[in-house]
Design a protein around this ligand. Structure first.
Ligand SMILES: Cc1cc2nc3c(=O)[nH]c(=O)nc-3n(C[C@H](O)[C@H](O)[C@H](O)COP(=O)(O)OP(=O)(O)OC[C@H]3O[C@@H](n4cnc5c(N)ncnc54)[C@H](O)[C@@H]3O)c2cc1C
Length: 483
C-alpha cells in the first residue's frame, strides 16, 4: 500500500510550497478580529485557482481533515476561526483576487472570491458603474466572506444585503466537486436556486471561489446630512418622511446614540462632530440620484428644514463638499474600531420591524440601565433596515475576569433576546451566528428550522468537515483528523 505524504507536502504539491503557512506564521489566521476566539490549525493554504481549491478540498475529504474557509478575517462572530483541536486546514482565498469582467449592459461584475470589497467598488467605478455594498471593513474583507455572511452595511436600505446582489456563484463542494453557477441572468427558475444556499452559509457548506454580482449606474449626485434628535421616535418620524419624499434615492439612514459618538471621539484620531453641543441621538443620511438635472442637496436641505420646523430634529448639517461628507462618514465607520479599543462590550446585531423599533430601544435601555449601571450603553446601526446594534460596554470590575464577562454576557443576551423575540425580530441581522450566537440560534429559530438546517448540512457536507463548530454543533464522524 503506498504511503501518503504528510499533509503539508500534499497541500504544497497542489498550491506551491510558498503558499502553505505553518508554525508562527499561522498566528493572524487563528484569531478573530476582536481577539476573542483563539484556535489552532495544521496549516493555512493559499490556493491560486478554483481547480487548486477543489484539489485541496478533495484531499481533505479523502483524509477526513476539517476545512475552515477564511476571507479577510473581519467577521464579528468567530466564524472564521478554527477550533482548538488543531486538526483543521484554513483555506484563504486572498490570492484569488482577479476582477474577471465588468458588463455595463448586463449590469454585472464577475470577480474571484478573494477580491477585497474595496477593489470591487473601484472596478465598478472605473467602468462608470457602482457596487453598493459598503461597510467599515471594506478595505480588508473579501467578497467570499461578504457572501458567506450575507453582509449588510450602510446601503441595504436601497440595494439590499449581499443576498440581493448575487446573481451567480462558483463553489467547491465539500467532496471537491467544482460547481459553475456563474451567470448574469436575473431570471432562472430551473429547479432550486442552489447558489442562495451558500449566501449566509458561513463556510459550513463549501467554498465560494467566484461570483457574478450586480452593479448599478453610478450616481451623478450624492447628498449627505447629519442631524441631531432626541431619540428613536423622532428618527423614525424623519425616516418615514424622507422615504416618502425621496423614495429609492434614500440609500443610508444610520443612527448613533450619544454614548457611541463619545467613544468614537475618545478613541479615534482626526474625527470631529459638526455640532456645538452634544445631542441624545444622531442620524447620518445619504441620498443619491443618477439624474443631475436638479439639485438633490437642496432638496434634502428643504426636507430637513421642514423637519426642523416640525420639531422632529434639533439641528442639521448638510456638507457642501465630498471631503466634508467623508468626515461625517468617518465617524460612522470608526465605530467598530473605537469600540474594540474602548473595553469589553457585549454586542448585539438586532433587527426588529420598524414599527417596533422605538419600543425595542426604550425597553432595552430601561432594562440594561437598571442591571448594568456601571457600563455604557451604546446604540448604533442601520435604522433604515430595522437593524440596531446594542452594545453594552461593561464596567471595569465586571470586565476584569472571564467569569464576570461571561455572567454579564449571559444576562445581557437574555434581556436583548427577550425584547427582540417579543417584538418579532431577529437576533442576527447581518453578522451571522458563527461561534458567538450558536447557543441562541435554537431559541431564535425553533427546533423545526434548525433540524432542516442540519439536514441540509448533512446532505451537502456528508463527512461534516466544513467549518465544524460554527452555526450549530454536529457530532463529527469517528476517525476524523487522522492525518
Ligand atoms: C470595522 C468593521 C465593520 C464592520 N461592519 C459591518 C457592517 O456594517 N455590516 C456587516 O454585515 N458586517 C460588518 N462587519 C463584519 C464583517 O466585515 C463582515 O461579516 C464581512 O462580510 C466578513 O468578510 P471577511 O472576508 O472578513 O470574512 P471572514 O471573517 O474571513 O469569514 C466570515 C465567514 O465567512 C466564511 N467565508 C469566508 N470566505 C469564504 C469563502 N470564500 N467561501 C465560503 N465561506 C467563506 C468564513 O468561514 C466565516 O464563516 C464589520 C467588521 C468590521 C471589522
Amino acid at each position: 500500500m503506498p504511503i501518503e505524504p504528510p499533509i503539508r507536502d500534499a497541500v504544497a504539491a497542489i498550491v506551491g510550497a510558498g503558499n502553505v503557512l505553518t508554525g508562527a506564521d499561522l498566528a493572524p489566521y487563528v484569531t478573530d478580529w476582536r481577539d476573542r476566539y483563539h484556535g489552532r490549525a495544521v496549516l493555512v493554504a493559499r490556493p491560486g485557482t478554483a481547480a487548486e481549491v477543489a484539489a485541496v478540498v478533495r484531499l481533505c475529504s479523502d483524509r477526513g481533515i476539517p476545512v475552515v474557509p477564511q476571507g479577510g478575517n473581519t467577521g464579528l462572530c468567530g466564524a472564521a476561526t478554527p477550533d482548538a483541536s488543531g486538526t483543521a486546514i484554513v483555506l484563504r482565498l486572498d490570492r484569488m483576487n482577479r476582477i474577471r469582467s465588468v458588463s455595463r449592459l448586463d449590469g454585472t461584475v464577475e470577480v474571484e472570491a478573494g477580491c477585497v470589497l474595496q477593489a470591487v467598488q473601484a472596478a465598478a467605478e472605473a467602468a462608470g458603474m457602482f457596487f453598493p455594498l459598503s461597510l467599515g471593513a471594506e478595505g480588508s474583507c473579501q467578497v467570499g466572506g461578504n457572501i458567506a455572511t450575507n453582509a449588510g452595511g450602510t446601503a441595504v436600505l436601497r440595494y439590499g444585503p449581499m443576498r440581493d446582489l448575487v446573481l451567480g456563484l462558483e463553489v467547491v463542494l465539500p467532496d471537491g466537486t467544482l460547481c459553475d453557477w456563474l451567470t448574469p441572468l436575473r431570471k432562472n427558475n430551473t429547479g432550486y436556486d442552489l447558489k442562495q444556499l451558500f449566501v449566509g452559509s458561513e463556510g459550513t457548506l463549501g467554498i465560494i471561489t467566484a461570483a457574478v454580482l450586480k452593479v448599478f449606474p453610478r450616481p451623478a449626485q450624492t447628498a449627505t446630512a447629519m442631524v441631531t434628535l432626541d431619540g428613536p421616535e423622532q428618527a423614525l418620524t424623519l425616516l418615514e418622511s424622507l422615504r416618502a419624499a425621496l423614495g429609492d434615492r434614500l440609500s443610508s439612514f444610520e443612527v448613533l446614540n450619544r454614548a457611541q459618538v463619545e467613544i468614537v471621539l475618545e478613541q479615534t484620531e482626526a474625527v470631529a462632530m459638526p455640532f456645538a453641543a452634544p445631542a441624545p441621538w444622531y442620524v447620518l443620511i445619504e441620498a443619491t440620484d443618477t439624474l443631475d438635472r436638479y439639485d438633490l442637496r437642496e432638496a434634502l436641505e428643504n426636507l430637513l428644514a421642514e423637519a426642523l420646523d416640525a420639531g422632529t430634529i434639533g439641528d442639521a448639517v448638510v456638507p457642501g463638499s465630498a471631503a466634508q461628507a467623508a468626515a461625517l462618514w468617518k465617524v460612522r465607520h470608526s465605530v467598530s474600531e473605537g469600540n474594540r479599543k474602548a473595553g469589553y462590550g457585549v454586542t448585539h446585531d438586532t433587527a426588529v420591524p420598524l414599527r417596533h423599533q422605538a419600543a425595542f430601544v426604550r425597553a432595552v435601555e430601561r432594562r440594561l440601565a437598571a442591571e448594568f449601571p456601571d457600563g455604557r450603553l451604546l446604540m448604533v446601526g442601520h435604522m433604515g433596515d430595522g437593524n440596531i446594534h446594542v452594545i453594552q460596554m461593561l464596567g471595569a470590575a465586571q470586565a476584569a475576569t472571564e467569569q464576570g464577562r461571561d455572567a454579564a454576557a449571559a444576562r445581557i443576551n437574555r434581556i436583548v433576546d427577550e425584547e427582540t423575540l417579543r417584538l418579532h425580530g431577529s437576533i442576527s441581522a447581518e453578522h451571522g451566528i458563527g461561534q458567538t450566537n450558536k447557543r441562541r440560534l435554537l431559541e431564535a429559530r425553533g427546533e423545526a428550522d434548525v433540524a432542516l438546517m442540519r439536514a441540509i448540512k448533512s446532505a451537502v457536507d456528508r463527512k461534516l468537515l466544513f467549518n465544524p463548530g460554527k452555526v450549530f454543533d454536529m457530532a463529527p464522524p469517528a476517525g476524523r483528523g487522522a492525518h
